[in-house]
Design a protein. Structure first.
Length: 481
């Protein structure tokens, strides 16, 4: 519900994996029209560039004089990291002309190009108008990135690109079987974000059980501080901490069943316990007043201003909220609080995964060039540049040596170390975008957290949504292998 990643300026900002527009139909409507567009996209002409000669310096066989067309999502990570990587491409292939563009309207601007059989060579498919990955894969609109993964890495020709990536990145790009359709560039730590300074001022520690969470929130309430806020207009942010909590309480197999759209998956006791816990925050007045009407920027601003202790978010928040975050905020992230000692997984269980999904269209003119640009971005130098400039990790497994890590990034790395093998990665936001965002997020969890539906009513509604998706023959279905 990726990026991985993040967001932006002017209130539209939001990465990877997950950001939606103020107009609720924006995801589902373009997605459906995109699906029909894909079906007719065989019509346009698409002359592939001739392949170049493979060599040690050019393992993908890039045509060194062919143009490259790169479209980036203009979100919270900004454009500079990509522009810097483009400069490397231009240096390596001085005869190649690179056309670089950035936009927040991915579907609006690129759907006609897919429809005409003339898509860009590389796309950062993120933001509110993210094209539905399940549709793209199901309609065979994407190039398999296996040649990129099997190519020599920029830094060590004896290593393949796939051997330089963080655990789980390759698998995230797979849907059925071995082909890899998506390269998630950012590596996002999701969880409960807070100011260590604010917590210290309450003489409190981050709560590990729900009773402790309620006690901390009550302490904050007595000082005029809300326990929580969240992106009320985009309540699919809440799962960033709610989903790993469900896994902690009931085991990772509960999330797998939910991803697989299994009957009664949402009726599991762990889901019920976690929904009731979150509902208790609302019922006891521990959520910042007016939160259901706030977007992600407004809720983050209220939080950085000290009006609330905790906010569910991803690691892009350090960059996105930088303008309003006090210098002594001491940003930190924690894995979600559990229920009690009976939880199936230990405290520290966290959601971390790839974000900022990059794709190479199957009908791109310069498929090899698109993959080569990604190979450059997955080098240590480009990774370090990204981490230094936007305060986020990348899919490259490393790239932090010698960097002075910011508080949030340092805390995220520590949270990953604490989690060890207890990292979960729900796939709903990748496999079923409209189901996750609009139905489960807005119509389900959002209504519950606003106090307009009980946990029992919400679970019943969400299970119905999931059952409908499972029976919908127009949707390509995916399962954990």
């Amino acid at each position: 519900m990726g990026s991985t990643s993040a967001h932006n300026h002017e209130g539209l900002g939001r990465r990877d994996l997950i950001k939606r527009s103020a107009a609720l139909g924006l995801i589902s409507v373009p997605t459906m029209s995109f699906l029909s567009a894909c079906a007719s996209s065989d019509s346009g002409s698409n002359d592939k560039v001739e392949k170049g000669t493979k060599s040690d310096k050019n393992p993908l066989g890039v045509n060194e004089s062919a143009p490259l067309d790169f479209v980036l999502f203009d979100g919270g990570f900004g454009q500079q990291y990509a522009k810097d990587a483009v400069k490397v491409y231009e240096t390596n292939y001085p005869k190649a002309k690179v056309k670089f563009a950035a936009t927040q309207k991915i579907t609006t601007e690129l759907q006609p190009r897919f429809n005409g059989g003339n898509p860009p060579d590389l796309i950062d498919n993120s933001g509110a108008e993210q094209m539905d990955m399940g549709v793209l894969v199901g309609k065979k609109q994407l190039a398999d990135l296996t040649p990129l993964l099997d190519a020599a890495s920029v830094d060590d020709p004896t290593k393949k690109v796939r051997d330089t990536l963080r655990p789980g990145i390759v698998e995230m790009g797979q849907f059925d079987g071995d082909p890899v359709w998506i390269m998630y560039y950012a590596y996002t730590v999701y969880g409960v974000w807070y100011s260590q300074k604010a917590l210290d001022s309450l003489d409190a520690k981050y709560p590990e059980t729900w009773d402790e969470m309620l006690a901390v929130c009550e302490k904050a309430k007595k000082k005029g501080i809300a326990g929580w806020t969240y992106a009320g207009k985009h309540p699919y942010y809440i799962p960033f901490s709610l989903y790993p909590m469900i896994a902690k309480v009931g085991g990772r197999e509960v999330l797998d069943a939910i991803d697989n759209l299994e009957p009664k998956a949402w009726e599991h006791p762990a889901v019920k316990a976690c929904f009731e816990a979150y509902y208790e925050l609302q019922r006891k007045g521990y959520i910042l007043q007016g939160t259901p009407g706030l977007d992600h920027i407004q809720s983050q601003t209220a939080w950085t201003e000290g009006k609330a202790l905790f906010i569910p978010n991803g690691s892009w928040v350090e960059n996105e909220a930088a303008k309003t975050m006090p210098a002594d905020f001491n940003l930190a992230v924690s894995a979600p609080t559990g229920i009690d000692a009976s939880d199936k997984m230990p405290f520290g269980t966290i959601w971390a995964s790839g974000g900022e999904p990059f794709i190479v269209p199957a009908k791109a003119k310069n498929v090899e060039g698109g993959m080569e640009q990604l190979r450059i971005m997955l080098s240590e130098a480009s990774s370090k540049n990204f981490t230094k400039s936007v305060k986020s990790l990348t899919a490259f497994n490393g790239g932090t040596d010698g960097l002075d890590l910011t508080p949030g990034l340092k805390s995220g790395v520590a949270a990953l170390d604490k989690a060890g093998q207890n990292v979960v990665n729900p796939r709903l936001q990748d496999w079923y975008v409209a189901l996750q965002k609009e139905k489960i997020g807005v119509a389900g969890i959002g209504e519950m957290m606003a106090g307009r539906a009980t946990p029992a009513e919400t679970i019943k509604k969400i299970q119905k949504f999931a059952d409908e998706a499972a029976k919908d023959s127009s949707i390509k279905h995916y399962k954990h292998q």
